[in-house]
Design a protein around this ligand. Structure first.
Ligand SMILES: [Zn+2]
Length: 305
């Protein structure tokens, strides 16, 4: 009898712990899980990211067991031409885990990481996603790249402190689920958008636009010059203008961190032709703490176009 009662109590405990886990998994989609976490059971790992998009992802996976610094974290900075200060470079010799974007987006950070005298673990996001120099480097707009990166960050954190293996693994599962949820939303939005046409001022959000099934009709010559920060030819501007005036695009995605005379002109033509404009940035705007909350809002804006 006593044994039977014990068994029942054990079963109940087991069932309620399952319920607890599933409640936690539900909570994660709103990111409340990280604020509810208890203190790190060991010494937190110091990590450094060149840009705050990847810094925020390390924070999501590492929770209370990482201290993360990001060098570029403001939407007021032009990341493609960033010149690091001596203070920035000094930080690379204080962190055991360094996360860089790669694909020539933050070459200065790769150099500083490789010259660090404490021999840090370096995560090169472009490398783990098999990108070559010259490929679109804006991987923080690609859900599949982010999911791959979550796995690498988790493994590297565990390598740095095996005592925290359970903590990082559990967190990682919760975070991966929140990106799976976003991916499901993108798939649903894709069906709704049904191959709408899009023009862009720069390639920043292209991975997301592609995952949304949008057809990018931006003239190739324009895009190439814009990515190399080169002079846009009169011919390319003409072609772009004709597409706007002919109302060929359902939507124009503007990178407001990369504005210039040409983009200003194109935006005013788009406005005159009542083409919906969605403004995006390179860095995470300060009202969002994570990539998934940020991209979720952009998907909503595009969905309503
Ligand atoms: Zn860019």
């Amino acid at each position: 009898m006593g044994n039977k009662l014990f068994f029942k109590v054990k079963t109940l405990t087991f069932l309620s712990s399952l319920l607890f886990i599933s409640l936690n998994l539900t909570a994660c989609s709103t990111n409340t899980i990280l604020t509810k976490q208890t203190k790190c059971p060991d010494i937190p790992i110091d990590a450094l990211a060149s840009i705050s998009q990847w810094g925020s992802l390390v924070k999501q996976v590492g929770g209370q067991c990482v201290n993360v610094n990001s060098i570029i974290s403001s939407t007021n900075v032009e990341p493609h031409d960033y010149e690091p200060t001596a203070n920035d470079i000094g930080k690379f010799s204080q962190s055991k885990l360094i996360i860089i974007n790669g694909a020539n987006y933050d070459q200065w950070a790769l150099k500083a990481a490789e010259q660090s005298n404490i021999n840090p673990q370096i995560i090169n996001i472009a490398k783990i996603n098999n990108l070559k120099d010259g490929d679109n480097p804006h991987l923080f707009y690609s859900i599949s790249a982010i999911k791959k990166t979550i796995k690498t960050i988790t493994n590297q954190l565990i390598n740095l402190n095996r005592n925290l293996s359970d903590y990082f693994t559990q967190n990682s599962l919760i975070i991966a689920k929140s990106y799976n949820d976003l991916q499901t939303k993108i798939t649903q939005t894709k069906t709704k958008l049904n191959n709408k046409k899009v023009l862009v001022t720069e390639s920043v959000a292209d991975y997301l636009l592609n995952e949304l099934g949008l057809i990018n009709i931006t003239p190739k010559g324009y895009l190439q010059s814009a990515s190399n920060e080169g002079e846009i030819s009169a011919n390319d501007i003409n072609q772009y203008t004709k597409l706007l005036e002919g109302k060929q695009a359902d939507l124009l995605v503007e990178n407001i961190q990369e504005q210039n005379n040409t983009t200003d002109k194109l935006i005013s033509i788009a406005t005159a032709n009542k083409i919906k404009i969605v403004q995006v940035t390179e860095q995470i705007p300060e009202q969002y703490t994570t990539i998934n909350l940020w991209l979720d809002n952009i998907v909503d804006q595009i969905a309503s176009s």
